[in-house]
Design a protein around this ligand. Structure first.
Ligand SMILES: [Cu+2]
Length: 164
């Protein structure tokens, strides 16, 4: 199901600290520091972010993600549409050969819906990634504090990713 979800525009861009780095290997892929921004205990959604480094000579593709914490896990992107930033589900996320794909707030991310368990600060929860070539890679997502960081783009408004 394709979804378009309008995001609230706020005055801050919330990003996580990168305090406790951890990383995973799957085939030619290196998954660096999967993290999720802390959400309120009543939240129905959460999101995860990480870098995928591809040391191989062929491009790979992230095609699916699953987590026991969520009834539904989707691959998402942010797009500009009608002057607004929206996020929507995408079929896949490509990882260039000998390159890096960064999943981060305001860009590609993993989105969890119908949370069965709201991840708390300091928790780690399992996430399984499925790549076209590298296959299945199990990682753990670290839940981190949402901290203020000055906006990086010259937009009038930066996005508020709280609850996301
Ligand atoms: Cu999303």
């Amino acid at each position: 199901m394709k979804k378009l979800i309008n995001l609230f525009l706020g005055s801050t861009l919330l990003l996580s600290t990168l305090a406790n780095a951890h990383d995973y290997q799957g085939g030619n892929l290196h998954i660096d520091h999967p993290w999720s921004k802390q959400v309120p205990p009543t939240s129905k959604v959460a999101a995860a972010f990480f870098d995928i480094q591809n040391h191989g000579h062929e491009a790979d593709t992230l095609i699916k993600a699953e987590s026991p914490i969520a009834g539904k896990t989707e691959l998402h992107a942010h797009i500009h549409e009608d002057g607004m930033m929206k996020m929507r589900e995408v079929e896949s996320i490509d990882v260039p050969a000998q390159g890096t794909r960064t999943l981060k707030p305001g860009s590609y991310h993993i989105m969890f819906f119908e949370l069965k368990q709201v991840p708390a600060l300091g928790d780690r929860f399992p996430l399984t990634l499925y790549f076209a070539k590298a296959g299945k890679v199990d990682v753990e997502v670290a839940v981190e504090e949402a901290t203020f960081q000055p906006k990086q783009q010259n937009n009038k408004h930066a996005m508020d990713h709280s609850g996301h």
